[in-house]
Design a protein around this ligand. Structure first.
Ligand code: FAD
Length: 382
C-alpha cells in the first residue's frame, strides 16, 4: 500500500473520491456498460465535488491542483467506473489543460470557467483515419481566410465528441511543413461545417462516447488559435506528456478494482472442500497482482511528483504508462481466471475490467510508442 507517501491533504482527497466511487460510480458501472448510456449522473457528481477544474488555475474557476492530486482522483474514479475516468481525462487533462497551458487571457476567461465547473464538457481531437501514432501525418487543414481559419478534414476516435461543447482541434495551415505546420484551435460545437458522428462497437469503456468529427470548411475565428501559428504540435506533445500520467493512473485504478474483485471472489468460492483462496496457486496470483499494482502506482506517483517539481518527467511518465497499462491488462486477465467460468460473464465485473483495461495500452501513445520514447530518451537518439 502506498498511502504512506501521500500527504494528509492528498489522503483526504483520495478518501473523498473513493467514497464517491464506492457508493455511486461502482454500483452503476455495470449498468452503464451494458446500455452504453452516457453516465451523466457520474459527471454531475464529479462536478459537484469540484473535480472538473482540479488542475485548472484558480482565476479561471479551477483549484490549481497538482499532477499528484490528478493521479489520485483518476485512479479512484477508474476504480469505480473506468469509462467515467476516460471522460474525465479527455475533458480535463487534454482539452481544458491545453487551454490552461497555452490559452491567452481572453481564451482562458471565455472557455475555462464552464469547463472547470463541469457545466460544459470538453474534447481533444488529434487522431485521424490516416494518422494515430504518427500524428504529424495529419491531413486536416486550416486555411486562412478573412480573419478566420476554414477547417477541413476528419478526426477519429474522439472521446466526448458527442457531448462536448468545446473542442481543441489540431489542423495544419501548411501540410508541407509537417509538424511545424500544425496549429491548435478551440472549436465550438455549433459552428457550421462541423459534424459529429458517434462510433459504435467499442470493446470496453462503453459508457464513454467515441466519435468521428467531420469538418467541411468550418470557420474558426483566428482568435481561437492556441499559441503562435506552427506551435500546435509542440504544444500537443507537452499536453500529452503530462496527460499520459493520468492514463497510467487510470490503468492502476482498473487493476485495483480487478484485484479487489478477485480477492473477494476467491474468499467465497469453494472447490475441493475449501475456499479457492486457500490454494497456494491462488495466493501466488494474488501476491503477484498486489505487488505489480503497487509498483505501477509508485511509478505513477514518481512521474507526477517530478512534473509537480518542475523536473524532467517525460521518460518516467512513459515508463509509468507502459508498465501500469500492462499491469491493468494482466491483473484483469488473472481476475477473470480466478473467477473461472463466472469471470467470462457479466454481471461479474472481471470481464468488464478485462475489456476496459486493454485500451490503456493503445490510446495516448501505444505501448510501442512509449517504448520508443523511453529508449530515445535513455539512448539520446532521435
Ligand atoms: C477508446 C478510444 C478513445 C480515444 N480517444 C481519443 C481522443 O479523445 N482524442 C484523440 O485524438 N485520439 C483518441 N484516440 C485515438 C488513440 O490515441 C489512437 O488510437 C492511438 O494513438 C493509436 O493510433 P492508431 O489507432 O492510428 O494506431 P496506429 O498508429 O495505426 O498503430 C497501429 C499499431 O502499430 C504500432 N506502431 C505504430 N507506430 C509504430 C512504431 N514506430 N514502432 C512500433 N510500432 C508502431 C502501434 O503501437 C499499434 O500497435 C482514442 C482511441 C480509442 C481506442
Amino acid at each position: 500500500m502506498t498511502e504512506f507517501i501521500l500527504s494528509e491533504e492528498e489522503l483526504l482527497l483520495k478518501n473523498t473520491v473513493r467514497e464517491l466511487a464506492d457508493q455511486e460510480l461502482s454500483p452503476r458501472a455495470a449498468g452503464y456498460d451494458e446500455t452504453g448510456e452516457f453516465p451523466w449522473e457520474n459527471v454531475r457528481q464529479i462536478g459537484d465535488l469540484g473535480l472538473f477544474g482540479l488542475t485548472i488555475d484558480e482565476e479561471y474557476g479551477g483549484s490549481g491542483g497538482t499532477s499528484r492530486q490528478l493521479a489520485i482522483v483518476v485512479e479512484e474514479i477508474a476504480r469505480g467506473c473506468a469509462a467515467t475516468s476516460v471522460i474525465y481525462v479527455a475533458h480535463l487533462s487534454l482539452c481544458s489543460q491545453f487551454i490552461n497551458m497555452f490559452g491567452t487571457e481572453g481564451q482562458k476567461n471565455q472557455f475555462l470557467p464552464p469547463l472547470a465547473s463541469g457545466q460544459e464538457l470538453g474534447a481533444f481531437a488529434l487522431t485521424e483515419p490516416g494518422s494515430g501514432s504518427d500524428s504529424g501525418a495529419m491531413r486536416t487543414t486550416a486555411t486562412r481566410s478573412n480573419g478566420q481559419y476554414l477547417l477541413s478534414g476528419s478526426k477519429l476516435y474522439i472521446t466526448n465528441g458527442t457531448e462536448a461543447s468545446t473542442f481543441v482541434v489540431l489542423a495544419s495551415h501548411d501540410l508541407s511543413l509537417r509538424t511545424r505546420g500544425v496549429d491548435a484551435f478551440i472549436v465550438e460545437r455549433d459552428l457550421p461545417g462541423f459534424e459529429v458522428n458517434p462510433q459504435h462497437g467499442k470493446m470496453g469503456m462503453r459508457a464513454s462516447t467515441t466519435s468521428e468529427l467531420v469538418f467541411d470548411g468550418c470557420p474558426v475565428p483566428a482568435e481561437n488559435r492556441l499559441g503562435d501559428e506552427g506551435d500546435g504540435f509542440r504544444e500537443t506533445m507537452q499536453v500529452l506528456n503530462a496527460s499520459r500520467i493520468g492514463i497510467a493512473a487510470q490503468a492502476v485504478g482498473i487493476a485495483q478494482a480487478a484485484y479487489e474483485s478477485a480477492v473477494s471472489y476467491a474468499k467465497q468460492r469453494e472447490a475441493f472442500g475449501q475456499p479457492i483462496v486457500e490454494f497456494q496457486g491462488t495466493q501466488w496470483k494474488i501476491a503477484d497482482m498486489a505487488t505489480r499494482i503497487d509498483a505501477a502506482r509508485l511509478l505513477v506517483h514518481r512521474a507526477a511528483s517530478l512534473l509537480d517539481a518542475g523536473r524532467p518527467f517525460v521518460t518516467e511518465a512513459s515508463m509509468a504508462k507502459l508498465f501500469a497499462s500492462r499491469v491493468a491488462v494482466e491483473t484483469a486477465d488473472q481476475a477473470v481466471q480466478i473467477h473461472g467460468g463466472a469471470g467470462y460473464f457479466a454481471p461479474t465485473p472481471a470481464e468488464r475490467y478485462f475489456r476496459d483495461a486493454k485500451v490503456t495500452e493503445i490510446y495516448e501513445g501505444s505501448s510501442e510508442v512509449q517504448r520508443l520514447i523511453i529508449a530515445r530518451n535513455l539512448l539520446q537518439t532521435r
